[in-house]
Design a protein around this ligand. Sequence first.
Ligand SMILES: [Zn+2]
Length: 141
Amino acid sequence: MDTPRPASTDATAAPDAHTPPVPLEGSCHCGAVRLRLPHLPEQATRCNCSLCRRLNGLWAYYPLGTVQIEGHPEHTTDYIWGDKTLRNIRCIHCGCVTHWEPLAPEPGARHGVNLNNFDPQVAAGVRVRRFDGAETWTFLD
Ligand SMILES: [Zn+2]
């Protein structure tokens, strides 16, 4: 039934028969908070604001509700600062910051997912843009 199959030889699972699929599932370090992306991101943001530079988060944005998240809020706590529009969410057990979400979601709202909780192949495939959240609120590249 559950016979292990080597992913690299399973051509049917990959859109390109030569490349195994990049896993869309990620988790915090201890696994209490698990996330599944609706699709791979094309772009991610590194921000230099006072919080992001400490967290070293690599943020990919998705429409709110499209990322499946397990273990939240039962295994999470949050941090709210500044203009109090977002909550930064981390695992209460291992401390890893997994995502942020808007406090008062409006139509079209997004949430940010920290790609550092995913297989390194996910981050390797994205264009990383540098956002100047510290001062100008513009992209630096
Ligand atoms: Zn954890």
